[in-house]
Ligand binder design. Structure first.
Ligand code: UD1
Length: 418
């Protein structure tokens, strides 16, 4: 059992630096598949999901070698167009190899993806877009067989929802497709913009990344690239929430506060004093948070992956907050665990009603996914006594040095299990 033990009651003070974004680097790693040769990625966090993606690449024939926060990926001329089923099930982002393999090999076999357990997460938008570009799909025994018999061609695709993954899959396919692809109602996430920046360094012709219309002029080949991964806004936001709930004073560095504009606005509305610089921000927490309503939305709206951490903060607010989850049908499993700590939170349709309580009291809770585990740890920082968050392996998927960083800020936190 991997768990995190927190003894609550200490406020956090000091400085914490964030590393590269998990949700960017995983896509950059897939992008390397598009060009044979040696790629170099910097600011890469040491997290489990990167290790899983490295295994996926290895299975396809590419080789990733890490040294510190640098990852060098060697991509061969010939890629095996099949992904190992167990790895795809372990990490939903593996589905992105679909676009890249179709572009490079004209065919792919990928298992249907797994991922965090909050509602069904279909890939219909990925498939619809790739179909418009000339791909054909057949699902056989849980494995998606994909083929582009005449190669991929440009298409005019308009997404029903600005799905991050679908936009990325289409982008990865379009850069080597024949002709022009337009992706309308595209996701505008900074991580996606960073992927486009990396692809641009590899020779791709992309306009409009970061806006809702992306236009890609396909090229016949790409060359290997070198890139520094953008900072992880979710890591930064998690430490900000931790600082706020403990009434602490923490400066978060090596980040882009502009990528967290909505989240920081809501933290300030909850009573935190937030000061921002170009690549840092400082959060001074209130004695007791004020209630705040917010709704998750695609970027630049409030990030769904900051919802549980913010609810943890609001669980001790002086009043009731209403949180509306618009991105996932059900991201509410952690609410019951928060209530075990003495919170008063419940889901009503897509809304969460958070009635602030004065005190939380520590116990053992189940951190059922990465952000749930982070949120419960944050709640534990404020709770009386000892909180044990079971499921630390979820934290390992996306936070580099989580426990060490919290300890350096003065938290009484330790890791249990190997
Ligand atoms: C990415 C992030 C994840 C984040 C999410 C939303 C990575 C590795 N993961 O996930 O942490 O929570 O963006 O910001 O970057 N949908 C469909 N059909 C599709 C695709 C998506 O209905 O074909 C739905 C999903 O079920 C979900 C919503 O759209 O309800 C958002 O999904 P999407 O933006 O695709 O998220 P991911 O790329 O999977």
């Amino acid at each position: 059992m991997r768990a995190i033990k927190v003894v609550g009651g200490r406020s956090l003070h000091g400085t914490v630096a964030v590393l590269g974004a998990k949700n960017a680097v995983l896509k950059h790693m897939v992008a390397t598949l598009l060009a044979p040769g040696t790629h170099r990625l910097d600011n890469v966090p040491e997290i489990e999901d990167v290790a899983i993606m490295a295994e996926v690449l290895r299975h396809l024939g590419a080789d990733g070698e890490r040294s510190g926060n640098r990852l060098v990926v060697e991509v061969p001329e010939d890629l095996r167009p099949e992904t190992p089923l167990d790895l795809v099930r372990r990490m939903r982002a593996s589905i992105l190899v679909l676009g890249a393999l179709l572009a490079r090999r004209g065919r792919a076999r990928v298992a249907f993806p797994g991922g965090d357990d909050f509602g069904s997460r279909p890939i219909d938008l990925h498939l619809e877009g790739l179909r418009a570009m000339g791909a054909e799909f057949e699902l056989r025994h849980g494995v998606l067989h994909a083929e582009a018999p005449r190669g991929l061609h440009g298409a005019d695709v308009y997404l029903e929802f600005p799905s991050v993954g679908a936009t990325e899959n289409l982008l990865l396919a379009a850069v080597l497709a024949d002709g022009v692809t337009t992706i309308g109602n595209a996701a505008r996430e900074p991580e996606l913009e960073d992927l486009a920046a990396y692809l641009g360094k590899m020779g791709a012709k992309i306009e409009g990344a970061g806006t809702s219309t992306i236009v890609v002029h396909g090229v016949s080949e790409l060359t290997p690239g070198a890139h520094r991964v953008i900072p992880d806004r979710l890591e930064a936001g998690t430490y900000a929430a931790a600082a706020a709930i403990t009434g602490g004073d923490v400066t978060i560095t090596r980040c882009v506060p502009a990528h967290l504009r909505m989240e920081l606005t809501k933290l300030a509305a909850a009573g935190a004093e937030v000061t921002t610089g170009d690549d840092w921000f400082r959060v001074v927490g209130p004695e007791r948070p004020a209630p705040v309503d917010f709704a998750t939305l695609p970027y630049p709206g409030f990030h769904t992956d900051m919802h549980p951490q913010m609810v943890a903060l609001l669980s001790v607010a002086d009043g009731t907050s209403i949180v509306t989850e618009n991105v996932y049908a059900s991201r509410f499993r952690y609410l019951g665990e928060l209530n075990r700590l003495g919170a008063d939170v419940h889901a009503d349709g897509q809304h969460v009603v958070v009635r602030g309580v004065e005190r939380l009291s520590g116990c053992e809770v189940d951190g059922c996914d990465i952000r749930a585990a982070a949120a419960l740890t944050i709640a534990g920082l404020r709770a009386d006594g000892e909180t044990t968050v079971v499921g630390a392996e979820h934290i390992d998927r996306g936070y580099d040095g989580f426990v060490a960083k919290l300890r350096a800020l003065g938290a009484a936190v330790e890791r249990l299990g190997e």
